[in-house]
Design a protein around this ligand. Structure first.
Ligand SMILES: *Cc1c(COP(=O)(O)O)cnc(C)c1O
Length: 396
């Protein structure tokens, strides 16, 4: 049989990894790569982090899954810790980012329903957003390439052209349940949102009884140098979706909400068979053990700054290739003059992995545990890749 039995939904690079350690991956044929894709911001503590591996093995010997028919002390513990560290009072555990965002959307709508406003279901979103691949979250993301061919777009989502408070005010009505956005757009191309816009949104939401809904699936759990990216703007959301880095590679997510909003989600309104299973919760608690350690986030910030400065120097050296460097903490983007596909391919030849994103951006999402060695390697690999690219262009 020569045919590939997998759905052809991914254009996969021809690399077969068999081992990972920290920020490094090794292929079947023993080639080593520095992993600044980190499973698309998932391997927050790198590969095979000793504390995560030990925790998962230990939990595997005790209990894997019992469903949500019973009390779950590990869920309780992780929820308590998440609430203690954030704005939230209540948590619902899911298995992925899209499911977390589904829960965010459902919770927002149900809150208004419970408050006697069943027609208040519309969600305002922003151009360049990405919220997942379910029927509701592709409607929320609003990108034609993800909507095409999947039937009618789920109603109740209105996309605004840019993060501009006047546009938002003009779109407000008694149907608007919530305003949904990523505090720093990931898939859209590391597009920054002005903290003053988030502050203005918060104020507008407070004035109008609208809910501020944040998608921190990619930005959360230390990625930007704060536990959650909205902390940079000094505001809090009403409901927030989290996934990716919170599991460090074990697939799970969460929807966090204030008590007032979560109250509407009474028994029977929502559920998940796997959500919050023992293996996921054990790992989630272990991720928090590390991320909440004294000095951990400070180190993410200083490494992020250091990496960003070195990238800015590369941008100065290769003005024909790089337009600008953007992002926060260890969620950085190289905005290229052209599609970043070639730069990514060249970087791979020099043992370096990253992720393309929208708006001609090459995304760098390293494990949050990287140090000086990884930063130096990344810069020299990118430098070599950019030189290759430059040479190829001058030759042609
Ligand atoms: C990845 C991502 C999602 C979707 O997460 P999945 O786990 O792939 O379902 C949603 N929102 C944002 C901002 C993301 O980066």
């Amino acid at each position: 049989m020569t045919q590939n039995p997998l759905f052809a939904t991914y254009a996969r690079a021809d690399l077969k990894f068999v081992r990972g350690e920290g920020a490094w991956l090794t292929t079947e044929d023993n080639r080593r790569f520095l992993d600044f894709a980190a499973g698309v911001a998932v391997n927050s503590l790198g590969h095979t982090h000793p504390h995560l591996t030990a925790t998962l093995k230990d939990q595997a010997d005790k209990l894997w899954h019992v469903s949500n028919l019973y009390e779950n002390p590990l869920q309780q513990k992780l929820a308590e810790r998440l609430c203690a560290a954030t704005f939230a009072d209540k948590v619902f555990f899911t298995n992925s980012g899209a499911e977390s965002m589904e829960c965010v959307i459902k919770t927002a709508r149900r809150y208004h329903y419970a408050n006697g406003q069943p027609d208040r279901y519309e969600i305002l979103t922003f151009d360049g957003a990405f919220h997942g691949r379910t029927i509701a979250t592709i409607a929320a993301g609003g990108q034609e390439k993800y909507l095409e061919g999947f039937g009618p777009k789920a109603p109740g989502f209105t996309m605004l052209a840019k993060p501009d408070i006047e546009l938002v005010k003009a779109a407000m009505s008694d149907k608007v349940a919530g305003i949904l956005l990523e505090p720093l757009q990931g898939e859209g191309g590391i597009r920054e949102i002005d903290p003053s816009f988030l502050k203005a949104l918060r104020a507008l939401c407070d004035e109008t009884g609208t809910l501020l809904l944040l998608d921190e699936v990619q930005t959360g759990v230390g990625r930007t140098g704060k536990l959650f990216a909205h902390e940079w703007a000094g505001i809090t959301p009403d409901v927030m979706g989290v996934a990716k880095g919170i599991g460090g590679g074990f697939p799970f997510g969460a929807c966090l909400a204030t008590e007032k909003v979560a109250e509407a989600m009474i028994a029977g309104t929502h559920g998940s068979t796997y959500g919050g299973n023992a293996l996921a919760m054990a790992v989630g608690n272990a991720v928090l053990d590390v991320v909440l350690e004294d000095g951990f986030l400070e180190k993410v910030r200083s490494n992020g700054l250091n990496l960003k400065q070195k990238l800015a120097a590369l941008a100065d050296t290769y003005p024909d290739q790089i337009e600008t460097i953007r992002g926060e903490g260890l969620m950085l983007g190289i905005k290229c003059k052209n599609a970043p596909t070639e730069l990514l391919a060249k970087a791979r030849e020099h043992g370096f992995l990253a992720v393309p994103a929208g708006d001609n951006v090459l995304r760098l999402l390293p494990p949050l545990t990287i140090g000086q060695e990884e930063i130096e390697f990344a810069i020299s690999a990118l430098n070599a890749a950019l030189a290759d690219l430059q040479d190829a262009q001058t030759a042609s």
